[in-house]
Design a binder for this molecule. Sequence first.
Ligand code: GLC
Length: 652
Amino acid sequence: MYEQVSHSMLNDILNRLKDEISEQDLRHFYTRLGANFYAIHSLFHRLYGKRPDFEAQAQRLVETMARQYIRRPEALRQIDIEREKDYNWFLHQRWTGMALYCKGFAGTVKGMENHLNYFQELGVNLVHILPLMKCPKDENDGGYAVSDFRQIDPELGSLKDIASLSKRMHERGMLLALDVVLNHTSNQHDWSLRAKAGEKKYQDYYYTFTNRTVPDMFEQSMPEVFPETAPGNFTWDEEMQRWVMTVFNHYQWDLNYTNPAVLIEILDIILYWANQGADILRLDAVAFLWKKIGSTCQNEREAHLILQLLKDCSQVTAPGVLFIAEAIVAPVEVTKYFGEDAVIAKECEIAYNATLMALLWDAIATKNAKLLTHGITSVPVKLERATWLNYIRCHDDIGLGFDNQDIERAGYDPGPHRRYLIDYFTGKFSDSYARGVPFGHNERTGDARIAGSMASLVGLEYALSADDPKAIDDSILMILLVHSVLLSFGGIPLLYYGDEIGTLNDYSYRAEPAKSGDSRWVHRPQFDWERATRRSEPGTVEFRIFTALKRMIAVRSEIEVFADFNNRELIDVKNPHLFVYERYHLHARNESVLVINNFDGKSQSVDLSQLGHWGQTAYGHLTDLHTGQDPDIINNTLVVPPYGFCWLSEMR
Ligand code: GLC
């Protein structure tokens, strides 16, 4: 019965749209809409079914999909069709990404085109440009406070430049990823300006209140995201004479998704960017999409329904486009952003692996993989047709978001252990060469996070200033070790711009009033192209890191078992310094690669005879795919050098 309701509704909607779209070849659109409409209707009904304007809103939703389909460039429609056929395309091991700020890396979008060779030299074929939509000059949260969702920052170029960049990238077999900031707008966005001016329609786009009654209720259970710089979750707007919900900074107004008009606007924006040529859209702060009194206002069930709905609608208009979930939340929550079912309740194909990221930093600080191993084991298995984005640094801070129980199982006390890590990475101990900067210290909870570039956090900044060759070597080894995990673990590795040449902290933000309060700017540098030329001079730090990464990326892209089909098994080798796993072929278990990562500053050994078939094939039959050499094996014991790693394969 329910299905019939949705069908007859679809027919009505299409009839009404007929005049507008009859000229168009809508074959694919109709087929996809037919296939997805039942799910779309049910989700939309669950979220908004009680509203008297439900039908009218549903009609607008379908119109939005149809209009954007009509506008979708033919070349992108063709890509959609190819990807629909080869639907696991993004799980392949050939993809390696890099995230960057357009301004910091290339100055402008046009400038990006001139640097495509650089990515290809390194082996990077997926580029995530951090937000470039129009923002206020100062209060912009690094691009995450958008004042116009359909324009890019004029200093960076124009929409034409984006289309051209996407075209050039596609010609080279590269993917473009862009941000859609869907949880909030800048307080300078047209919607907020009109809300301030008293337009009820736009006040309903946000959570606004005349007095503190509701805000106080919310705040009883809502944590603070930026406790130092933006305490609380509501801001009084003088002009509007109302409180408005601002979970992040006071100038970022949270959108109200209980209003279907908001969801439809955002869907339109998502499809708009899909049509500008983005292959992947990073959906920012998705855990925050639904607010409920009495909850933390994160990871609510409705936030998932919204994402399922956005996915289903985008499957109709732009099915080749993938979503990345940026949900930096507890391990048990994060896998939910892939959806509940790969076919009927899909959300995002890709999610940030913040758990792995934080655990890797723990392994660096403690020189062992105890917590890493426990922590990874408690991440639930993800869906098929879903993959992780494995990263070590990004434009944000490092939050120590692992589970307290895992910390205990690794033999530590959670409170003191977290404090130890913060102190370690901010260089408080004499034996720590890390040069991180604290971020987001919360006086009330004692919680803190860390900012800093990869190289500075592993001691390269200290080592260079102290002119200490051993410390320089160690920091380079640590950079490579962590990338060994990112590249072999399963998922899309996402490098962060500058890490490939050992870029250090950039303290210049401290002199800029609009940035000085936000220490994340310490690792959002202006890329130093002059330094980058040293990547071709043997012996330099830049050369050592760049060439090793380049080799690892090239090797990874050839190793089939590194594709992500949930084909990994962690192996306990009874040596806490080692993080070991096997990547195997789903249909031929004996075709596998054994990855061994040593987080200790001393050599460590593994008795291969403990490791099933690896013990039997040890003598002269193993090769390290990364070096292309035989590994050091003495009497069936493999030796892994300090901060070293190997990707072992049986020779055939
Ligand atoms: C995301 C972004 C972060 C930003 C926040 C608010 O977490 O990665 O940089 O501050 O959203 O938009």
